[in-house]
Design a protein around this ligand. Structure first.
Ligand code: SF4
Length: 412
C-alpha cells in the first residue's frame, strides 16, 4: 500500500493497528464493529491481510468515509468525539511511525477480543449473540408472543434474544503468530471474567517476555470475581485496566442488568480495588454506562455514582441498535422533559440526532412489557417519575403479540 505524506482527512488508524475478533472468527478493525466480516474460515494472520480489511484500509488512504464506519460518523455528527477521533488524539505518531513504516504488516498493536458469547447476565440492551443467558428467554418470546424477525425479505419465528450460535470460547492459541507488535489487549464479552481460554494468550506473552510493557483492558459486568489464575497472570503485565459496566444504581442496576445483584457488584468492585495493594502491576479502574430509552432519565444520577465510587474516567455508550432502544426515537413530549432533567451533554446531543419515531416508541413499550412478564419486573416500579411521562401510552399498549408490532395503531 502507498501512503500519502500527510495523513488523509477522515483517516482512521484502527484498520492498521487494531483487530477485533470474536469466538466465531468475526473480524473487524475496532470495538465499534466496522465490517464485522465472517472470517471463521481464515486464521488470524489471514484475517489481518484479508481482502475486505485491505479494502477498508485503502478507502481511508483515499480519503473516503466508508459506510462500515457509520457509528463514528454518527457520533461526530452528534458532537461526540468518536472512537476514530479519540484514537487519533491518543496516538499522534502512529501514522508516521507504525503505518507509513510498514511495521503494521507484522500484526496489530491492539487486539480487541469478544472472548465468548457466555455471560451470566441478560442486560436489557444486550442480545443472544453476546449473552448465552438470553436463549431460553428469547424462546419464551417466540412461544408466548409469536415474535418474528425479518431475514432476506421474510419474517420468521425469532427475536434478537434467541442465540444464533452455540456457546463458544475463543481459541486464543491461534493468535500467537500475530502477537509480536501487541501493546494492548482489550477483553470484552460475553463476560471476560468467566473466560479461561484467554489465559493461554496471557501465559504465552509472559513466557515470551512480551508482557512487561503490555496493558490489558477488561470490560466486565462486575458480578464475577477474577480467578486466582487470572490474578497471577495480571501480576506480570504493566497495567490492568478494568471497566465496570453499570447502567443503574441499586434497584435500577438490577432492572437493566438482570439478574445481576447490586450487593454482588459492590463486593466484586471492592475485591478488584484491593488488588491495587496486592499485585505488582498498575491497576486502573473506570466505568461505562450504556444509555437507552430504558435509563436515560437517570443518566446524571448513575454517572454521579460512577464518579464517586469508581473514578472520574467513564465512557458513555449510546444504544443505536435495536433502534427502539435509541433515545432519539422517544416522543417529543418525553424528550422535552428529559432535556430539562438531564444535564449530561452527550445524552442531550444524542437525543436530537434524529426526530421522534412513534412506531419505535411503541416497540420499546412492547419489549419492556414482554421482558417484565418473563422477569417478573415492572418498569413503573423502577422508574416511577420517568414512567409517568408516558403512562397513558404505556397503558394503551395491551397487545404484545407481533400483530401490531410492525404497524402503527391509531391511538398512538
Ligand atoms: S472510523 Fe470508527 S468504525 Fe471505522 S474503523 Fe475507525 S473506529 Fe472503527
Amino acid at each position: 500500500m502507498k501512503f500519502p505524506e500527510e495523513r488523509p482527512e477522515n483517516f482512521c488508524l484502527l484498520p492498521f493497528k487494531s483487530i477485533r475478533q470474536n469466538a466465531f472468527g468475526q473480524n473487524s478493525p475496532c470495538a465499534f464493529g466496522a465490517g464485522e466480516w465472517q472470517h471463521g474460515h481464515l486464521n488470524p494472520k489471514e484475517r489481518w491481510q484479508s481482502t475486505e480489511l485491505n479494502q477498508l484500509r485503502q478507502d481511508f488512504i483515499d480519503g473516503k468515509k466508508p459506510e462500515a464506519c457509520n457509528r463514528c460518523w454518527a457520533e461526530e455528527k452528534a458532537g461526540k468525539k468518536s472512537l476514530r477521533q479519540r484514537t487519533l488524539t491518543d496516538c499522534p505518531n502512529d501514522y508516521e511511525e507504525f503505518i507509513k513504516s510498514d511495521a503494521w504488516l507484522k500484526g496489530p498493536k491492539v487486539a480487541v477480543f469478544k472472548t465468548s458469547n457466555i455471560c451470566n447476565l441478560a442486560c436489557r440492551s444486550c442480545a443472544g449473540w453476546d449473552s448465552s443467558m438470553y436463549h431460553q428467554e428469547g424462546q419464551f418470546y417466540v412461544d408466548t408472543f409469536g415474535t418474528t424477525s425479518l431475514h432476506q425479505g421474510k419474517y420468521f419465528k425469532h427475536n434478537r434474544f434467541v442465540a444464533s450460535a452455540p456457546r463458544k470460547h475463543t481459541d486464543f492459541t491461534q493468535f500467537f503468530e500475530i502477537a509480536e507488535n501487541l501493546e494492548r489487549i482489550d477483553f470484552f464479552g460475553g463476560e471476560p471474567f468467566l473466560n479461561q481460554t484467554h489465559l493461554d494468550l496471557l501465559e504465552y506473552l509472559i513466557e515470551k517476555n512480551l508482557s512487561d510493557n503490555m496493558t490489558l483492558f477488561y470490560s466486565t459486568n462486575g458480578t464475577n470475581h477474577p480467578s486466582e489464575r487470572l490474578k497471577r497472570a495480571w501480576d506480570k503485565f504493566k497495567m490492568i485496566e478494568i471497566s465496570f459496566s453499570i447502567d443503574g444504581v441499586e434497584k435500577t442496576f438490577e432492572y437493566t442488568r438482570w439478574p445481576g445483584k447490586w450487593a454482588t457488584l459492590l463486593n466484586v468492585i471492592e475485591d478488584v480495588k484491593n488488588l491495587k495493594n496486592i499485585l505488582n502491576c498498575n491497576m486502573y479502574l473506570m466505568s461505562s454506562l450504556t444509555i437507552s430509552s430504558v435509563n436515560c432519565f437517570e443518566a446524571d444520577k448513575v454517572l454521579s455514582w460512577h464518579k464517586q465510587n469508581i473514578g472520574e474516567n467513564h465512557y458513555i455508550n449510546m444504544v443505536q441498535s435495536p433502534d427502539y432502544l435509541a433515545i432519539h426515537t422517544l416522543p417529543e413530549q418525553v424528550k422535552s422533559v428529559v432535556r430539562n432533567h438531564v444535564k449530561n451533554p452527550e445524552v442531550l446531543g444524542y437525543l436530537d440526532i434524529n426526530p421522534s419515531n412513534t412506531l419505535k416508541f411503541r416497540q420499546f413499550i412492547i419489549w419492556m412489557k414482554r421482558q417484565d412478564i418473563y422477569r417478573k419486573q415492572n418498569f413503573a416500579d423502577f422508574y416511577p417519575e420517568y414512567h409517568s411521562l408516558f403512562a397513558k401510552e404505556w397503558e394503551s399498549v395491551t397487545d404484545l403479540t407481533d400483530k401490531y408490532f410492525y404497524t402503527l395503531q391509531e391511538n398512538l
